[in-house]
Design a binder for this molecule. Sequence first.
Ligand code: UT7
Length: 337
Amino acid sequence: MTGSICGTGSYIPHYTMDNYAIADLVETSDEWIQERTGVIRRHIVKEETTVSMAAEAGRRALENAGVSAEELDLILVATISSNVILPCTACEVQRSLGAVNATCFDLGGAACTGFVLAYNTAEAYLASGVYKTVLIIGSESLSSITNWKDRGTCILFGDGAGAAVLKAEEGRRYLPVTHSEGGKGAALTCRSRNDSNGITKKNQAGDIKEEEYFIQMDGQAVFKFAVKKVPEVIQEVLELNRLEKEDIDLYILHQANKRIVEAVAKRLGEPIEKFPMNLQEYGNTSSASIPILLDELNQKGTIKPGQKLLLAGFGAGLTWAASILKPFLRKQGDGGT
Ligand code: UT7
C-alpha cells in the first residue's frame, strides 16, 4: 500500500511586483536580480490571506482529483506565514471546504522543506492504513514577514499556495530521505527585528510587546548548503529505493534560485530539461513552491502517466528532504489517467 497524488491545485495572488518595483524600495536592479536569482516578478497578497489561498488551492485540488471534501480524512497545511495561529490554518481550510470528516493540523517551521515533509507524513499515514484520503497544502504570505528594506532577502520572496490530494493505492512504496541540522539554523531565521536572540521581550507589566518578525538570511551560507546537500539527498533517496537517476523523469526542486537548480542538475550530471522551473514568475514561495510547480506541470499535461518524479526541498532549520513518487493525475477537464 502507498499514498499517491491524484489531483493538484494552486492559487496565485493577482497583484504582481516586478524587479523594477523592488528597485524602487532598495538599491538593486532588474539586471542583478535576474542574473543572480532568475526571478523576474513575484505575486503579492492584497485581499488574500494564507488561509484563503490555502482553501482555494485545496478546493481546486479536490476538483482536479474528483474527490469531495467530505471524503477527506486529513488536511495538512505546511506554512510559516499564516495569518492565524489558532485555530490552525488546516482547521480554517476545513471550515471553508466543509471537510467535516477530516482531522486537521499544520506543519509549521519546516519552511521550504515543508511540502516535502507534508507529503511524507501523508504518504506514511496512507501506507499504514490510518487514512484513505488526504489533502496537503503549502501556503505562504511571505510578504508579511519580509523586511522590505533588506535587499539580501526582499528580492527573493513571493506569495501563493499549492495543494495535492493523495489517496491510498495498491503499489510500490518509495521511502523518503529527510535531514535536519539545527546547529546551522542561524543561517536562516525569522525573528523579531529588535531581538536578534529570538527571545520575546516583555515590558514591565509583563505584557508581550508587539514585535515585527522578519526573515533574516545569510544568503551565501544557504546557497552553499543547498548546492551541496540537495544533490547528496537526491543520490541518497535513489540508492535507498534502488533506482538510478535515469529512472527519474522530472526533478521538482524547491524554487529558491535558478542558480541553485542549475548547480544541482550539473552536480548530478542530469539534463537541465528534467528540472522544470517557474521561479521567474513567482520568486521563492517557500512551502508553496513545489506544489505550485506540480500543479502547473499537471495542468500543462507535462507529467505523463507512469512517470516518476523526485521532489526535493531545503531551507530553514536547516532542513532538507527528498521523496520519489509516481502520481496518477488528471488535467483539468480530463476523464482521468
Ligand atoms: O528558500 C530558502 C532558501 N534560500 C535560498 O536558497 C537563498 C540562497 N541564497 C541566494 O539565493 C543568494 O545568496 C542571494 C540571491 C540571496 C544573494 O546572491 P549572491 O550571489 O550570493 O550575492 P552576495 O550576497 O554574495 O553578494 C554579492 C554582491 C555584494 O557586493 P560586493 O560586496 O561584491 O560589492 C552584495 O553587496 O552583490 C551585492 N548585493 C546586491 N546587489 C544588488 C547583494 N544583494 C544585492 C541586490 N542587488 N539585491
